[in-house]
Design a protein around this ligand. Structure first.
Ligand SMILES: Cc1ncc(C[n+]2csc(CCOP(=O)(O)OP(=O)(O)O)c2C)c(N)n1
Ligand code: SF4
Ligand SMILES: [Mg+2]
Length: 351
């Protein structure tokens, strides 16, 4: 893969966050994506969110599959752990890494082809197991890397650049994630950094499967009239359910919004999500209501964005499996080999 390393030098007066890093310390290599690709805006939002959250880069593990979207982890968090897996297989590799070391913050980055076509089964099982991770799909409705074929998220009736009409029904990853039990489900648009950054921060503070579907136009193969994933189409049909403020435990919580239009959700790490409800009848803590609202708006041709569903007290895969609280590589011989008495007891329990 071709890449261009960024110069390491930066201005000495560049501001540092609470853990002593500048924003530049969260960058990666120079992007080789097409100029204007929505995926680059998502990388910029990830960089900003991690810097503002004072996350130490070595505490993050970023994993991806194959595609233009899956190349992007090379363009942010250059000092974090990274694993570029086989096409569609990121979720199982991430699940394994997470089970082995729960102390890292897992960030899965995928494409609509990677997650909704070849990797649909993998996506489904990671969601239903509520793996503690942030899972971002950079959704452009096409296979960008292989030159613009429709992906499984392309809307029925939408047109390719060459005028072919898509005859298949789309896979709605947001609806699937909700149905499968993900405890944090959001949708955003790569052209809306103000919405993306707090959503990514909120997802990072969440203690379970946090899924964000980000509509990310492919300027080369899917940004024409007739496409439902172009910048123009999304701007015209975007329907935000809420604005979101992310409040870290050390920030003062101040009431600035009229009661009735605000929902505060406290997360497992003490962060608080303050949702400014643009539609006061929308309840992001009611899974069934959220799903029917989304379906109703979709039938009207609207793309609902914002934090669509959140479950504050969600347990994750480690809670369900009662796994070791320490990373496996920190366990010593006595932890791993408890002796014959314990083994006899275990064997007896199977008889
Ligand atoms: C097992 C396997 N099958 C097929 C491919 C070919 N391939 C590479 S990327 C890709 C689709 C990428 O689409 P998407 O995940 O939407 O990413 P985008 O490029 O649109 O960001 C395909 C089919 C592959 N690399 N490996
Ligand atoms: S082909 Fe499309 S998805 Fe890939 S880098 Fe170019 S604009 Fe982005
Ligand atoms: Mg794609």
């Amino acid at each position: 893969m071709t890449y261009i390393a960024k110069p390491r030098l930066h201005h000495p007066s560049l501001g540092k966050n609470k853990v002593g890093y500048t924003r530049r310390d969260y960058e990666g290599k120079v992007s080789t994506l097409c100029a204007g690709c929505g995926h680059d805006s998502i990388s910029a939002a990830i960089i900003q969110a991690c810097w503002e959250m004072d996350i130490e880069p070595h505490r993050v593990a970023k994993l991806s599959g194959i595609g233009c979207s899956s190349k992007t982890p090379d363009y942010f968090l250059g000092a974090s752990h990274g694993f570029n897996t086989v096409h569609g297989r990121m979720p199982s590799v991430l699940t394994g890494a997470n089970l082995a070391n729960r102390d890292l913050l897992y960030l899965g980055v995928s494409g609509d082809g990677d997650s909704a076509s070849i990797g649909l089964g993998q996506f489904a099982h990671a969601m239903r197991r509520n793996v503690n991770m942030v899972y971002i799909v950079e959704n452009n409705g096409v296979y960008g890397l292989t030159k613009g074929q429709f992906s499984a998220t392309a809307d029925k009736g939408s047109q390719s650049k060459k005028g072919v009409v898509n005859a298949d029904s789309p896979v709605d990853l947001v609806g699937l994630a909700m149905q499968l039990g993900a405890s944090f489900v959001a949708r955003s648009f790569s052209g809306d950094k103000e919405q993306m950054v707090p959503l990514i921060k909120a997802a990072m503070g969440h203690g379970g499967a946090a899924f964000i579907d980000i509509i990310s136009p492919c300027v080369t193969f899917n940004n024409h009239a007739g496409s439902t994933r172009s910048y123009d189409w999304v701007r015209e049909h975007n329907e935000a359910v809420s604005g979101i403020d992310f409040i870290s435990p050390r920030d003062e919580i101040t009431a600035t919004i009229a009661p009735g239009a605000v929902v505060d959700v406290e997360q497992h790490d003490g962060t608080v999500l303050r949702l400014r409800k643009l539609h006061t009848d929308y309840d992001p803590t009611d899974r069934v209501a959220a799903m029917s609202y989304m379906h109703a708006r979709a039938a009207e041709g609207e793309l609902v964005t914002g934090l669509l569903y959140v479950e504050d007290e969600a347990g994750d895969l480690h809670t369900a499996q009662n796994t070791s609280s320490r990373p496996l590589n920190s366990l010593g011989r006595t932890d791993l080999c408890p002796g014959t008495a314990a083994l006899d007891q275990l064997n007896a329990s199977f008889r």
